[in-house]
Every structure is written in structure tokens, then in C-alpha cells.
Design a protein around this ligand. Structure first.
Ligand SMILES: *Cc1c(COP(=O)(O)O)cnc(C)c1O
Length: 489
């Protein structure tokens, strides 16, 4: 019978083998996992093992059957997802944390790096100094935590503690149709209900209409049915980079209205907050300083391994009241005074009381490593390059008779499509072009619906994705479109 191998010195040998398999994977010279489905499925589909095979065999199987049949997301030609392949330093820091700090708790370097890296990001993205944060698993939870703070603030002012007593009144959250669906889900989980989301009209470029927002806020104040039921306006949500098209709402105008109507202003920058590093688009972030909460996903543009989002709020004590756990014996630090002499003497900054996760990995070390490796200037260079690549795609599309830009890029997303006067349904045609690209496996964009128009949507966020990938996706769309035309002709 095999027992587990956990002795010292054993990990480094296995890491070496694993590293070779991963480097090999990242060359993307292997066929796609689907084309080898029968092979790996046959090797992996086994019943529950009664006896173990031992770690050598497990590492061998990882290298042989599993890693080579992984995801296309880290492929530099893959621009489909807004999450991306992790950079090497992020992977290494993540591994370091999983070995040396399986929890972010304790008076350790890892607990300290949670706070330090949050401060670094806040400074890099020009948040106000009083904005304090915490990590969670991604934008979904980051939005939930931020809106939890908004709910707490809105109800406490009415003398109600919503985390203790629940939400007993109708609530409203104002957002656009392009807001991420996790905003709706957060409203549901926080007991306000999906119907709390009121959709505000957008302009031709997909940005929230400040005038429409003002009208809605005023109308709601005067609506006797709502006011009689004690309706609580909980938050206005502005996008700093929508997922579909990278649109940035007029944050300043929204912020002014939020102040005027005294409503919490939340900015969802899960994808787009790092865009502020690009001097060409930085002016669009004017008004960010008025936000009461902001989220960003290091596992998107910053290149962290997936599972890292961050929420910032202007007052972390709100989070404490919204999310603190009941006192419990299992959460005692071993020492309760400030006489710390050992890393187990205290639990460090109590992030577990600011959000919805108790046990959680040390994510701060990962973000620290990402920023430490290339600095703010390295991040800026990447963001500027990706934004310029999206503009380059738009430029190429404008110049080509058979291409059309569906939505001009704001950040690193460009939505465009192939045109053919003789083809009946352009949405069908572009869906077919997209499918061909995905099957070829060199350029893998996604599609996006923009006002009923199906667009090809490359989103440049991967650290390994460069100019040639931007030009390649345009060339491949043209080639696939032309070929389909010839088939019909
Ligand atoms: C990706 C995204 C989210 C959700 O984040 P996850 O990390 O996928 O949970 C929320 N808002 C926006 C704008 C996003 O782009």
C-alpha cells in the first residue's frame, strides 16, 4: 500500500518534473484537448481507487494525460475570456502561499502582504487613501461584498441593521443592462432580490445616460407607492469597463448624482480598473474618487492565477458590521492581548470578518509578486499595449471593405464583424466565422451581441498576447469570411 510522501526535499524534484510539463504546455504545439478526447478520457475515467498509485505516478499522469489536455485560455492567441493565463511569477507565488501559508491568518509575512499589496493596487489605480480592501475569489464575490457594504450603510441610516434583522423593505440598485450579472446575483444573495436592479438607459456608445439616471432617481423619490413601502435606494453601479465591450460609464456624472441623492456609488472595475494606467484613457476615470466602493480582479488584466478579486470600500468597519461572524471558540487567536511574540499569537488583520470567506488562500503574496516583478511601469506598458492592440484591430477593420467596427474600443476589447452584401444573415455568417477560428485554434476570440449585432470580440488581457496576435485575429476573420463567400459563390 502506498502512503503519502511529504518529507523534506521531495517537493523540489516533483516540481521540476511538473515545471517541464507546464513549460511544454505553454508552447501550445499540442493538439486541442477535444481532438484527443477519446485518449485522455479513456485514461482518466476510472472507478474510485481502492489502493493508491503513489506520488510519482500521480505526477506522471498529470504530465501525460491532464496538463496537455488543459484549457486554451493561456494560449496567447486566445482572446475569448476576460480571465487569462497566469504569469509565471503569479503561479510561483500562489504555490509558495499554498505551501507556506495555507491560510492568510496569523502574524506572518503573508498576512502583511495582503494589506501591502492592496495598498499598492489602491495607489496604482488612484483610489483615495482611505479606501481599504480585502481579497476574495473574484469579481463575483467582490461585487457581493461591496454591495453588502452599500446595503449596510443604506439601512443603518434608517436605524436598521440588515445583517442582523434582514432586509424588510424594497430596495433599489441602479445599473445599466451591460452591468455584470453578478450584480444581480449579489442583490439576490443579499436578500434584496434581483428585481431590485433598475436598468438605466445608455447612449449610443453603451454608457449610462446620466440624465436618464437623474430622471429615474427623481421619479422614485416622488413615487408614492414606493415611498409608502419605505423603498431604500441602496446603490448606483457604474462600470469601469464592461465585460462585453469595455465601456466606461460617465463616472463623474454618476458620482455627482450619487452625492446629490445621497446614494452609495459602486464602481465595477473587475476588468477595466487597470485601464487608468493608460494616459490615453485615464481621463475617462474622472469621478472614480467619488466612489464609495470599487472592485478589481487581479486575475484578469494583472495576470494572477484565477481566484483573486479585490473589493475596496471607504470604511472597512461597514464590512465588519455587514459580514462579521458570531463570536466562536474556534476563531480565538491563541493570545488575546497585544503581547505578540510568536506568529500564532494573533490572527493578523481579520479579513475573515470583512467578507464571506473564513478559510482562504494567501492572495496578497500573488499580487505583491506580480507588481514586484514588473512594477507599475511594467503594468502600464502591458495595459497600454493591449489598448493599442484593440485600436489597431479597429483601424484594420475600418480600412478593409469587408469589415465593420461594431463598437469602437475604449479599452482592450474591439468588437467587429465581417460584412458580405450577398450573405443573408450577417449574425449567422459571423457565428460561422467565429466557429472556424475556434476550430483552427490559433486566434480564439469570443463573440458578443451589441444591440442585436453579433460581433467578433477579441479581448486583449493576456501577458503573453502581443501585436502579432492582434493582427492575426483580423487576418483570420478575413480569410474565414472570404472562404465562406467562395463556398457560396
Ligand atoms: C469578470 C467580471 C465580473 C465577475 O468576476 P469573476 O472574477 O468572473 O467572478 C464582474 N464584473 C465585471 C465587469 C467583470 O468583467
Amino acid at each position: 500500500m502506498k502512503s503519502e510522501r511529504a518529507e523534506c526535499g521531495f517537493l523540489s524534484q516533483r516540481l521540476h518534473e511538473l515545471g517541464n510539463s507546464l513549460d511544454e504546455y505553454l508552447r501550445f504545439e499540442h493538439p486541442d484537448a477535444m481532438s484527443r478526447y477519446a485518449e485522455w478520457h479513456g485514461a482518466l475515467a476510472r472507478s474510485l481507487p481502492e489502493e493508491g498509485v503513489g506520488i510519482e505516478q500521480v505526477v506522471a499522469e498529470l504530465g501525460q494525460h491532464i496538463i496537455p489536455n488543459g484549457s486554451q485560455i493561456p494560449n496567447p492567441g486566445c482572446t475569448a475570456f476576460i480571465t487569462t493565463g497566469a504569469t509565471s511569477v503569479g503561479v510561483l507565488a500562489s504555490l509558495a502561499g499554498s505551501v507556506a501559508a495555507p491560510q492568510r491568518l496569523g502574524l506572518t509575512a503573508f498576512n502583511y502582504l495582503e494589506e501591502l499589496s492592496l495598498e499598492w493596487m489602491a495607489e496604482m489605480f488612484e483610489l483615495r487613501p482611505e479606501m481599504k480592501g480585502l481579497y476574495s475569489s473574484g469579481g463575483s464575490v467582490a461585487n457581493l461584498v461591496a454591495l453588502g457594504a452599500a446595503r449596510q450603510w443604506a439601512f443603518e441610516r434608517l436605524g436598521i441593521d440588515p445583517s442582523r434583522d434582514g432586509v424588510q423593505r424594497p430596495c433599489r440598485i441602479y445599473a445599466t443592462a451591460a452591468s455584470h450579472h453578478t450584480v444581480h446575483r449579489s442583490a439576490a444573495v443579499l436578500g434584496m432580490g434581483r428585481n431590485a436592479i433598475i436598468t438605466i438607459a445608455v447612449d449610443e456608445q453603451g454608457r449610462m445616460c446620466a440624465d436618464a439616471l437623474r430622471q429615474q432617481l427623481q421619479a422614485d423619490l416622488q413615487d408614492e407607492q414606493l415611498t409608502d413601502r419605505g423603498c431604500v435606494p441602496v446603490a448606483i453601479v457604474g462600470n469601469a469597463g464592461t465585460t462585453n465591450a469595455g465601456v466606461i460609464d460617465p463616472l463623474h456624472d454618476i458620482g455627482v448624482l450619487a452625492r446629490e441623492f445621497d446614494i452609495w456609488f459602486h464602481v465595477d472595475g473587475a476588468y477595466g480598473l487597470p485601464g487608468i494606467l493608460d494616459p490615453q484613457v485615464r481621463p475617462l476615470y474622472k469621478g472614480l474618487s467619488m466612489a464609495d466602493s470599487v472592485i478589481v480582479d487581479p486575475h484578469k488584466w494583472l495576470g494572477a492565477p484565477v481566484g483573486i478579486g479585490a473589493t475596496y470600500v471607504r470604511d472597512r468597519s461597514l464590512l465588519y458590521r455587514a459580514f462579521t461572524q458570531e463570536e466562536s471558540d474556534y476563531l480565538e487567536g491563541s493570545v488575546r492581548d497585544d503581547n505578540f511574540q510568536h506568529s500564532m499569537d494573533g490572527l493578523g488583520i481579520p479579513y475573515y470578518d470583512f467578507g464571506v470567506e473564513l478559510s482562504a488562500p494567501s492572495r496578497g503574496a500573488v499580487v505583491w509578486a506580480l507588481i514586484r516583478e514588473i512594477g507599475k511601469e511594467g503594468m502600464r506598458e502591458r495595459v497600454c499595449r493591449h489598448n493599442a492592440m484593440a485600436r489597431r484591430v479597429a483601424e484594420l477593420a475600418h480600412a478593409h471593405p469587408n469589415l465593420e467596427v461594431v463598437q469602437e474600443p475604449t479599452l482592450s476589447i474591439c468588437c467587429f464583424r465581417y460584412l458580405d452584401n450577398d450573405a443573408g444573415e450577417l449574425n449567422t455568417l459571423n457565428r460561422e466565422i467565429h466557429r472556424q477560428l475556434v476550430h483552427q485554434g490559433r486566434s480564439i476570440p469570443s463573440t458578443a451581441m451589441i444591440n442585436g449585432v453579433l460581433a467578433i470580440r477579441p479581448c486583449f488581457v493576456g501577458a503573453r498576447t502581443t501585436w502579432e496576435h492582434a493582427e492575426q485575429v483580423v487576418e483570420e476573420v478575413i480569410a474565414a469570411g472570404d472562404a465562406l463567400r467562395n463556398v457560396r459563390a
